[in-house]
Design a protein around this ligand. Structure first.
Ligand code: CA
Length: 614
């Protein structure tokens, strides 16, 4: 009865009010957070012209009210003391005789002390990156949503919507677990109400709502729950640098300096060098950080404290709501780095175990390590725990397999780049990969040479760091970028009516099954291998195109031997005595073949042994 009354009252009040509809960001909050502060952004027609009050609520103090330059916004700073009870804050907005009442929800944090999220994604995990629009369509009824700007639905075009969604991912968790993946990372799932190219998700238009073509907030929560039930984990792809042009706070800016705006359109120069170069021009630095990523993606002014609060609180809200374990930060190097340090710190203070890693598409280990915790003494020190390791891809494994061996070439590049790990505070946290949604498929880079590809996969699953697969790596999906849509093709079998189904062994070709099984053998092995999950690494200088590294701890030693020659090789094992000492036999994980460890070892052409030593 009381509820009916309040609904009727609200309707009555709304009918004569200044603000037809008020939106609150964050959309809710929790009691019992470590940081007692909360800044609520209220958006609605002329809401800034009203007098705001909050009904007495034990533990809540309204500390400050900030009216923005735009009367459609008002910011409320609250203090939530430690023992505040969950409930509804009754907030009143008054203009003359007109009154709007809103309830703001303060929830209980999920699962209390036994919470199973924000647990961190580590070198013990195997990440599977996918694009939800392109993986599997579990709910054809949400393929096209009336009212959204992008009404495309055409699987023949790489730039249109294809209909994949979160339900489709939930339907294939058995498949992912069987492959050996422990963690799902999706390209961003929040609303992208943009006119076109919405498949990638990096142009967010609502930070508090899952894109309805992918599902609901509840579907996303269900995915996290389903993963956790299996002992698996969830990574969210976060975008702080920019948002979509059709975001409400771009179309209706709260303040003049909400965005970085230029007299004429100015894109970023994509020059990370300008951020640490001792000779850098100031204009280059400013363009790098304040230039727009694309004309459709405005650059957010993270120096505006209200923008900063919005982004930081949204990150915390997302982890708490969606039960996220790992946090991948898009276009990390284009953000204001001091802001990023504050943002990382806020997340880590609330969730000490969560893992954070930033996208650093740069060239050079010094460049990359500049953006994360490193061993250098610089005027700026990043507190980001890890990055996406583009260096081991571009200047490591790719060179090893695509270029002939030489004093500084071929697999010597991998050796050299790895030696530069002394620049990272903890290289074991770096995320390593062969492909992603922006890069050519590695199988294509290797001219579809399956022998080389197997070596690359063996490397990925045994080297230092957190390995990441890209969907389709396991069934030989091909494609080069330019345009990037060519590496974002559908996973065959993910749609009802697909003529082949790559989710099943019967739907894969013999060649594809060989790769799938190769990954699975190594991925399942690494689940139980302490040496690979948490062990140390030792590498030996490559000789004649053969590179040897060990992963080891007190319990186990794994010897990885990469022969990058297209010819057979015999190697003298005495050179590796330092680690081989007591071991007599070994079994090769991908093939199950057993070896006696005598004076020498015979290697097949273009092959990698992953030897579990006994
Ligand atoms: Ca769908």
């Amino acid at each position: 009865m009381k509820q009916i009354c309040s609904v009727l009252c609200a309707i009555f009040l709304l009918s004569q009010t200044f603000a037809q509809e008020l939106s609150f960001y964050p959309t809710n909050w929790w009691v019992g957070m470590k940081n007692p502060k909360l800044q609520i952004m209220v958006h609605g027609k002329d809401v800034g012209k009203s007098t705001v009050s909050i009904a007495k609520y034990q533990g809540i103090t309204l500390q400050k009210i900030t009216k923005a330059e735009n009367p459609n916004y008002i910011f409320l700073d609250l203090l939530i003391s430690a023992n505040t009870k969950p409930g509804k804050l009754a907030i009143q907005f008054k203009q003359g005789t007109k009154l709007v009442k809103s309830d703001y929800l303060l929830k209980v944090r999920q699962e209390g002390k036994g919470r199973t999220y924000a647990q961190g994604v580590t070198s013990s995990d195997l990440i599977y990156l996918l694009m939800p629009d392109r993986f599997s369509n579990g709910d054809p009824s949400n393929d096209r949503i009336p009212g959204l700007k992008d009404q495309s639905l055409n699987r023949d075009s790489i730039f249109n919507r294809h209909g994949g969604d979160i339900k489709g991912i939930i339907n294939h968790l058995d498949y992912l677990q069987d492959l050996g993946a422990t963690t799902v990372w999706m390209t961003p799932v929040l609303e992208n109400d943009m006119p076109d190219r919405t498949e990638h998700g990096y142009a967010i238009t609502d930070h508090y709502k899952v894109d309805p073509r992918l599902g609901t907030n509840e579907d996303y929560i269900a995915l996290g729950n389903a993963l956790h039930k299996r002992g698996m984990k969830l990574i969210q792809d976060a975008v702080y640098n920019h948002c979509g042009l059709y975001h409400f706070f771009v179309q209706d800016k709260p303040m003049k300096d909400w965005l970085h705006e230029w007299p004429t359109y100015t894109g970023t120069n994509y020059k990370d060098q300008a951020l640490f170069d001792p000779y850098a021009a100031k204009t280059d630095k400013q363009k790098m950080v304040d230039g727009w990523f694309t004309p459709m993606m405005p650059d957010l002014n993270q120096n505006n404290p209200f923008v900063a609060n919005f982004l930081i609180q949204n990150a915390i809200w997302s982890v708490e709501t969606f039960r996220v374990d790992g946090w991948r930060i898009d276009t990390y190097i284009y953000n204001d780095l001091a802001f990023m340090n504050r943002c990382n710190k806020a997340l880590l203070e609330e969730y000490p175990r969560i893992s954070l890693f930033g996208e650093t598409w740069v060239h050079g280990v010094p460049n990359q390590s500049f953006f994360c915790e490193n061993t250098m003494k610089l005027s700026f020190n990043s507190n980001l725990p890890a990055t996406t390791d583009f260096q081991l891809l571009f200047y490591g494994i790719q060179e090893s397999l695509a270029k002939p061996f030489g004093w500084t070439d071929g697999v010597n590049k991998l050796y050299t780049t790895t030696a530069q790990d002394f620049l990272y505070k903890n290289p074991m946290r770096e995320v390593i990969f062969l492909s992603n949604h922006d890069l050519p498929r590695f199988y294509s880079v290797l001219n579809e040479d399956t022998a080389k590809y197997k070596v690359a996969l063996s490397w990925l699953l045994t080297f230092r760091g957190v390995p990441q697969l890209y969907y389709g790596d396991e069934n030989l999906m091909t494609g080069f970028t330019n345009p990037d849509g060519r590496v974002r093709l559908d996973f065959k079998g993910g749609w009802v009516g697909d003529t082949v189904n790559k989710f099943t062994a019967g739907g894969r070709t013999q060649k594809e099954n060989a790769i799938f099984n190769h990954i699975r053998n190594l991925a399942q092995f690494r689940k139980t291998s302490t040496a690979i999950k948490t062990g140390k690494m030792m590498q030996f200088a490559p000789e004649e195109g053969v590179y040897v590294y060990f992963r080891y701890d007190q319990l186990q030693t794994v010897m990885c031997i990469m022969n990058t020659n297209n010819t057979e090789k015999d190697i003298d094992l005495s050179r590796f005595r330092e680690r081989l000492n007591k071991f007599k036999t070994a079994s090769d994980i991908p093939t199950g073949k057993n070896f006696q460890l005598g004076k020498s070892l015979h290697l097949s052409p273009m092959n990698m042994l992953v030897l579990n030593l006994r």
